[in-house]
Ligand binder design. Structure first.
Ligand code: IMP
Length: 459
């Protein structure tokens, strides 16, 4: 069956590992949104590979494609390719970059200055503006075409005022020289990516008939340009429906798999109802600093800020693209049910549940503001407080040996309290679970009886 993988929260749910796993049953792995603002981390044996634009399936020797609505930074693409080869992997499948994809130009990166959102500064927003403008975007077809320099000149001329205001064009570095300089660098890129340029709509249409297409979403559902926590969102459609419009596919032919990290995280600014501690403190704390025994004792006494730091540390929650600390929170069932709804999720995959071992946490089941209580995810999240269920979840950390045993033993041998948390998540969202990941390692993933047991919860 064809599949789409989407993130349920604000990205960084561990999609890279799951795409890598699911790629084993697919012939084509396709990126449909975003750009190199994404960072997909995959661990194979003792190697860790972080990819920003190249679909993760490349590590399994699969064919990979970059769809027509991706914001494509050629430098990042070439870096990803190098990184894969230098990490000891062979690229044996085909690579296709759609000719319609939007090229991120150097001025897009320079024009990006929206501190309010806390973007990844990869030029995504400015490139998306040009896409919407229609006359100032540069496509892959332009880049590998014969008139690339003329096209750059046309666009720079149309954007001249904006580029002067941003000090990109100056008296000493006028438009003529600027265009030539950009062309020099980008025509070199063009000559290196030319062999991969093609069109993906017909290709994916044919491959979909065979049932072996896997679509890799970037970012998370709550960062969707329409349905996310606007304005603290990215500039592309991150939800499953986005794949239909971005790639031009028939969504009915795809199973939709939502990746839920066992606890939500968020990088960048924006409201986060179940946040533990606050972003300002997270920004100043020492990276990966272990908690002392005294601090862990304080967590048991209810110190939420330290619990947030502990999860961040154990989960290695630092941005794969920017290195920023990720804000951490209690699980949020309200957000997950919304996410299930706007995507049409068929099955969840739960990741990083091992990180919660040894920690007491709870789950939000509603939001409240003044006298209002809701189970619906509000458009403006600001000011809403979480309402937690009465239950607290706690289980001892599992050793790697116990995790390996759970892979063979299956769902039934997982800690009782972990299963209670999973059951509550399944019942609240109405969606069963397909797999549970207990480690960044590919092989430490529980599949046996997971779908069976979690479907039983819904009967
Ligand atoms: P942009 O996509 O760089 O414009 O950033 C917009 C918002 O999306 C910021 O809050 C970023 O931190 C966030 N964001 C973008 N890409 C990712 C991602 O891959 N994971 C998590 N957050 C992301």
């Amino acid at each position: 069956m064809n599949k789409i993988v989407v993130g349920a929260y604000w990205g960084d749910e561990g999609k890279g590992k799951i795409v890598d796993l699911l790629a084993a049953d697919s012939d084509w792995v396709v990126r449909y949104n975003g750009g190199d603002n994404a960072g997909h981390t995959i661990v194979v044996g003792d190697k860790q590979v972080v990819l920003h634009i190249l679909p993760s399936g490349v590590l399994q020797g699969k064919n990979v494609a970059i769809g027509p609505d991706v914001f494509f930074n050629p430098g990042s693409f070439l870096k990803d390719l190098n990184h894969v080869v230098e990490s000891g992997f062979k690229i044996t499948g085909r690579i296709v970059i759609d000719e319609r994809a939007h090229v991120i130009m150097p001025y897009h990166i320079k024009l990006e200055g929206n501190e309010k959102i806390g973007t990844t500064k990869r030029g995504i927003g400015p490139a998306a503006k040009d896409k919407a403008e229609r006359t100032t975007d540069i496509t892959i077809a332009d880049m590998v075409g014969e008139n690339f320099l003329e096209r750059i000149k046309e666009v720079v001329s149309e954007k001249k005022e904006e580029l002067i205001a941003a000090n990109i064009l100056t008296k000493t570095f006028d438009d003529e020289r600027y265009c030539e300089r950009v062309h020099e660098v980008y025509s070199e890129y063009a000559s290196r990516i030319k062999e991969y340029v093609g069109e993906t709509s017909y290709l994916i249409y044919e491959e979909t008939k065979k049932g072996s297409v896997l679509l890799e979403g970037a970012q998370g559902s709550l960062l969707d340009v329409v349905h996310g926590t606007r304005p603290f969102i990215t500039s592309s459609n991150t939800i499953a429906g986005g794949a239909a419009s971005n790639l031009g596919i028939d969504l009915r032919k795809f199973k939709i798999i939502g990746i839920v990290k066992a606890y939500p995280t968020r990088v960048g600014e924006g409201p986060f109802t179940t946040e533990l501690g606050n972003y300002e403190d997270a920004k100043t704390e020492e990276k990966m600093k272990k908690l002392s025994v005294e601090e862990k004792r304080k967590v048991i006494e209810g110190d939420e800020k330290l619990l947030g730091r502990w999860i961040r540390m154990d989960g290695g929650e630092y941005g794969a693209t920017t290195g920023r600390p990720r804000r951490t929170g209690h699980p949020d069932f309200v957000a997950l049910r919304y996410s299930a709804m706007i995507n049409g999720i068929d099955e969840w995959v739960i990741t990083k549940i091992d990180v919660l071992g040894g920690k007491t946490f709870k789950a939000a089941v509603a939001y409240k503001k003044d006298t209002k209580i809701t189970e619906k995810f509000p458009f403006r999240l600001e000011g809403w407080e979480p309402v937690y269920s009465q239950k607290e979840y706690f289980w001892e950390s599992m050793t790697e040996e116990q995790c390996i045993q759970a892979v063979t033993g299956g769902y039934d041998v997982l800690p009782e309290k972990m299963k209670q948390y999973i059951r509550d998540l399944v019942i609240y969202t109405g969606i069963p679970v397909r797999m549970i990941s207990l480690s960044p390692k590919r092989e430490i993933t529980v599949v046996k009886d997971v779908l069976l047991r979690t479907t039983e919860y819904l009967k």
